[in-house]
Design a protein around this ligand. Structure first.
Ligand code: HEC
Length: 205
């Protein structure tokens, strides 16, 4: 091979390598932007007048568990007879796993889900897996948001209700008064969240 041919080949090879590397870099960059965008979307979004906007994609978040307080065990009138399905945004879940505490911007979202109405006196029904309670329609959303500046008066956590009924839910909600929600979380939860119920999933290998 003569020298000119060889240097042309080296040039072509260099160009190809550069193209491949720069394509790789832009894929990595766009993946990083995607991750950042997703994290930003999962942070609390507020209206101009300080109402919380209902997060859109929470069924893609980390599912932490479902406390259940059925009517049959509460004299026929539980305040929340549904499953309380609790979700947290992935960035807050990752931070909790690393540090053992919930970061600023954590949204805890509890979606209520009705128990299928059964024929038995305790409201239970029988399915092929046995007698018990089985999930039915979605029925409401409660949210807590960790923001030490906005919610100084309630240990840095604000509370919101987006309706206790079937969807569609309210799109925005104003913070609830201390006497509605925060007082009970102050008195009974660990740093405002009932983390003990979510430990089995939070500490899973
Ligand atoms: C009388 C006590 C009490 C009151 C009042 C109360 N909560 Fe809770 N909340 C709990 C308990 C206990 C849990 C965890 C177990 C469960 O869901 O039953 C919980 C769980 C939650 C969760 C899931 C994350 C967590 O902290 O464990 C959210 C979100 C929540 N509550 C929001 C609200 C909102 C919003 C209000 C007011 C509209 C409210 N709570 C009022 C006792 C209370």
């Amino acid at each position: 091979m003569n020298n000119r041919k060889m240097s042309r080949q080296i040039l072509t090879l260099t160009v190809v390598v550069l193209l491949v590397v720069s394509a790789g870099v832009s894929i990595v960059k766009s993946a990083a932007a995607e991750t950042q965008g997703a994290a930003a979307r999962d942070l609390p979004q507020w209206t101009a007048d300080g109402q919380l906007i209902l997060p859109k994609n929470f069924h893609h978040w980390i599912y932490l568990g479902s406390p259940l307080t059925p009517n049959a065990l509460n004299g026929g009138k539980a305040n929340f007879p549904e499953y309380h399905n609790v979700y947290v945004a992935p960035h807050a879940y990752d931070a909790y796993r690393k540090t053992g505490s919930w970061p600023e911007g954590t949204i805890m979202l509890k979606e209520l889900q009705l128990v299928q109405a059964g024929k038995a006196a305790d409201g239970s029904s029988i399915e092929s897996s046995g007698r018990g309670y089985f999930p039915a329609g979605r029925n409401g959303i409660d949210i807590s948001v960790r923001d030490s500046k906005r919610f100084k008066d309630t240990n840095g956590v604000g509370f919101f209700n987006f309706g206790h009924h079937a969807p569609p839910y309210e799109k925005t909600a104003a913070a609830q008064g201390k006497d509605k929600c925060a007082f009970c979380h102050v008195a009974n939860a660990s740093n405002m969240v009932f983390t003990k119920f979510y430990k089995p999933i939070l500490s899973a290998e």
